[in-house]
Design a protein around this ligand. Sequence first.
Ligand SMILES: C[S@@+](CC[C@H](N)C(=O)[O-])C[C@H]1O[C@@H](n2cnc3c(N)ncnc32)[C@H](O)[C@@H]1O
Length: 362
Amino acid sequence: MKVVDKKNLYHKSNLEIDQIFGFKDYALDLPDYPSDIFYTDGLTSAEALYSDYQDLLQIHTFLEEKKIKSFCDLGAGIGRAKILFDSLKSSFQSYSLEFVQQRHEEGKRVHKENQLSHEEGFIQCNLLTDPIPKCECYFIYLPVGEVLIKTMEKIKNLTLEEKCLIIAIESHGDLLSYLEKTHRHLSLRDRIPLSAKRHTEFIHIYEYQPKDNPSPLESDIFNHLDNRTNKDQPLRINFSEELSFWELWKKLRKRDEFQVLVEDQNGQWLADLKDSQFGIQPSTLETQYPQRIIPLSEIKAFVRAPLSWQELIRKRRNKEDGPLGEIRKLIVFPSPQVEFSRGQKRELETAWDWELFTTLGV
Ligand SMILES: C[S@@+](CC[C@H](N)C(=O)[O-])C[C@H]1O[C@@H](n2cnc3c(N)ncnc32)[C@H](O)[C@@H]1O
């Protein structure tokens, strides 16, 4: 087995260390996988796609100092972290989870050629659908999106009642704020200066203990939703703080029946939760129907609209083109109106009556 001396790796470039391990040059610039659910947003060069060895060396020192027993790189690329850690004869077990076959296979090949142990830690899987191993520490260098949201759900379910560490490297400028704003009981434990040029200057290390998650208020709301059979009943869900908003958003956006109630200087209107995303600008929600970036300060509640509004909501989602264009805003105050893509508004006969609504939350 090839064991590398850590001292000899400091100050070496990524290329030099890749050559020590025997990565093939082409493997470092493997093209992105051609599907929009995967990592397809331009990070094609090895510099951007894979972590810097000098940063991985710092992480290694941290993990050894903290006597961590298991580490998992979630979306591991060519497995630089596992290969490095195994070659340093670490006292912890490393997992390398990657979807793209070429990346996974190149990592496995290099691992094998270096005669490193724990080959079983190389797992080709899809973080969207496959389980992840239970570990004491997870490493995340991913953009905010469905893969991250699902992955965090998995960590949460595995870690309930226990603690784990999450090591995060900022990828597109919104990862750290997403983690901090949407996960209760995630507390910053350490920051290590980064060698690689990234959106922030530090590797962030969080402690995560999702024990009391969700809050009692959120549990009440979900119990209520789960026990209700009447999905036609108009519903208004209020929230008091940003963390609650994101906790509710993570669950409600999947149910296909909720809108957010937005209030700005012109009145109140509905934006669809379906296909909405964590906004890259701080404290914003990016909606698709209509396409807007909405500051959270303008979002007053989640609502399930009355049945009489469902047809309009459906047409807006389907982007149906009428004489005035597609539906943009569904306005509820000062009077029910539809705003179309060509700018005109039309009054609606369908009333919006808050008295018909059940209200949950504060
Ligand atoms: C930015 S790279 C980080 C690689 C590695 N963690 C590192 O720091 O060197 C993110 C990796 O996640 C992988 N990935 C994206 N979506 C995935 C999914 N659904 N399942 C497994 N891996 C995925 C990508 O293919 C890519 O190799």
